[in-house]
Design a protein around this ligand. Sequence first.
Ligand SMILES: *Cc1c(COP(=O)(O)O)cnc(C)c1O
Length: 439
Amino acid sequence: MRRQDVAVPSDDPDALLRADARHVWHPYAPMPAATAPYVVASARGTRLTLADGRELIDGMSSWWAAIHGYRHPALDAAITGQLGRMAHVMFGGLTHEPAVRLAERLVAITPKNLQHVFFSDSGSVAVEVAVKMAVQRWRAVGDTSKSRLLTIRGGYHGDTFMAMSVCDPVGGMHSLFTNVVTQQVFADRPPAGFGTPVDDAWVADVELLVKQHADELAAVIVEPVVQGAGGMHFYNPGYVTALRELCDRYDVLLVLDEIATGFGRTGAMFATEHAGVEPDILCLGKALTGGYLSLAATLCTREVADAISTGDGGALMHGPTFMANPLATAVAGASIGLLLASDWQHDVRRIEVGLRDGLAPLAQHNANVADVRVLGAIGVVQLTREVDIAAATQAAVDAGVWLRPFRDLVYTMPPYVSTDDDVARICAGVAAAVEAAGT
Ligand SMILES: *Cc1c(COP(=O)(O)O)cnc(C)c1O
């Protein structure tokens, strides 16, 4: 066996990139990736420092997660403090303070009917657990036919198989996995626009679908108000209310996936608050730890927990090895503490205004732009065609901004600690990316 050269001096980005291309698989990419990634040496606040010394303003919050920015002293302290006690301990038969305190906090800030918290290690797994809860809830009362899901097109719920089955069937990866991905029931997505009046015809169409499939539906699952990675589609909270009513009328559970929208991103602590709707099951992830570690949670009502716990089987059949990891739950508790102690509503509104001011002109001045939309600390520029991701990313980086466009979208969700100047510069980066994407 030939011994491979594994030593890479940290001051040599090119050697790192060569090793990366040899061994490291990146998300949604071939091996090696079609274009080389940028090497990040460190990050602080809203800035990423590349290995070549360039500094970028972060426009992505590391995929919705780093809401307080990087290396926040309070979050660093939560991790190092916990590290001094224990990095991890199994959760079967044992419990610990950071997990218990976090569960209490989550129950306190989410809709009040949600009382129980199941921790897992990623958003996709939180969705798997939500589906398991829903299916087990019906089996517990002897109903084995209610095992399918209804969702709306254009959604994104993760990359594991059950989560994939409720992602958009066209934009998702269904065509790569025909006969493997479970067939679910799809409704059209609600018409676009947070403030666009509710279209009763859409509600009537969905009612027909729910009614027709009620005997086999365990749950309806949607991202409330903002669909994220499925296409950055915003819709009227009234449709969440309508889905809640349909679920009640036809005896189907409502699962809300707030993995992207949770913790203030849309201007409400949870997007479902725009509708005042209480789901039966709620999925959280991404910003839960302030972007520090992988952690997710699935919350449910007493009714769901009781049915599962007293029915056939008598237990929820799930238990990740790293369930409720102490470092992750400690930093999550600290992140929520920071959020609640801050005037996050003001920050999100301030960023919303900055994004509107900075992005709106793009709709007027660029023929490649199909739509510009902003909600809370989310800014989206939709183009008339697919983005040349490498060219758009490079243009943003040249403008000093980190963005990661996809499909026909150049979008940003800045950390809440971004200054007005940061937001203006991010908008300039988006403009540069849009310019490059269309040429
Ligand atoms: C990111 C995301 C997921 C999946 O979370 P992972 O931690 O990437 O597994 C699920 N649902 C929504 C709405 C998401 O944005």
